[in-house]
Design a protein around this ligand. Structure first.
Ligand code: BTN
Length: 255
């Protein structure tokens, strides 16, 4: 018998909405452990413990953003969550641009940006499960109507929302469906033909390609020119001596 989730080539989205939860990633992880198939989505109106990358929290007040997590079971090694983070970025940038008419850009590995400020982020978590295909829980948060004073002080400089960026504010549910449609499109492309088309689209959306950047990797910082991403989703950093450093995990800062 196939393990749960095997041979699922198309995504059949099933969306549940909850008023409040700690984190939609936690709810979807729990459902994955119970054997839920890929395509399962939970959206929350607010999160009390929304999580970002690197142990940060994700500000998730009621009604001012879109917060959801989707379950995917593509198979493969843990590194696949890096590829799916980039795939989700492409899908979210396209859906958000369509819904708001904003020019939405991407910053490696997981930031959605407008005019150089962060408007949304992606948190993909890989969960190894006994007797099942591993689960990827792909969480996405987008600030829709957050005002400057609503953000915690430490985020006011760097964060934005659709409202603050002057975009058309979409209905959150409508935006969710636009983004799910784009995820399904790119996921199908990825499953049938691999990462290359996603990579090219990601490069077209990256808002700091060719610029000088600093990349924080654990407690080290590397500087160089952002030359895009490779076939494994690693950042290609051109160093002063002309060599290329491939970075698997880190945080780009613009210099
Ligand atoms: C980041 O930029 O660091 C990632 C932010 C991801 C936030 C979303 S909101 C929905 C889902 N649930 C969470 O707890 N986090 C993700």
């Amino acid at each position: 018998m196939n393990p749960i989730g095997a041979n699922e080539k198309t995504l059949d989205w099933r969306v549940e909405t909850v008023d409040e939860t700690s984190s939609t990633n936690d709810l979807v992880s729990a459902r994955a452990r119970e054997g839920e198939a890929s395509g399962f989505v939970i959206r929350a109106i607010s999160q009390t413990k929304g999580r970002g990358r690197r142990g940060r929290s994700w500000f998730s007040p009621p009604g001012s953003g879109l917060y959801f997590s989707a379950l995917l079971r593509p198979g493969g090694e843990p590194g696949i969550s890096s590829l799916l983070t980039l795939l989700l970025g492409v899908a979210a940038a396209e859906g958000l641009a369509e819904a708001t008419s904003l020019r939405v850009g991407l910053k490696w590995p997981n930031d959605l940006r407008v005019n150089g400020k962060k408007i949304g982020g992606i948190l993909c978590e890989y969960i190894d499960l006994p007797n099942q295909l591993p689960a990827i829980v792909a969480g996405l948060g987008i600030n829709l109507t957050t005002r400057e004073a609503d953000f915690p002080p430490e985020l006011r400089e760097s964060a934005s929302s659709v409202l603050l960026s002057g975009g058309r504010v979409p209905d959150a549910e409508h935006l969710l469906h636009l983004i799910l449609e784009r995820i399904a499109f790119w996921y199908k492309e990825y499953e049938s033909s691999g990462f290359e088309a996603v990579r090219e689209q990601w490069l077209g959306l990256c808002d700091n390609l060719g610029e000088m950047v600093s990349v924080r990797v654990a407690d080290e910082t590397f500087s160089g020119k952002n030359n895009g991403i490779d076939e494994a989703g690693r950042l290609l950093l051109e160093k002063a001596d002309g060599s290329t450093q491939r970075i698997t995990s880190g945080e780009v800062e613009l210099t």
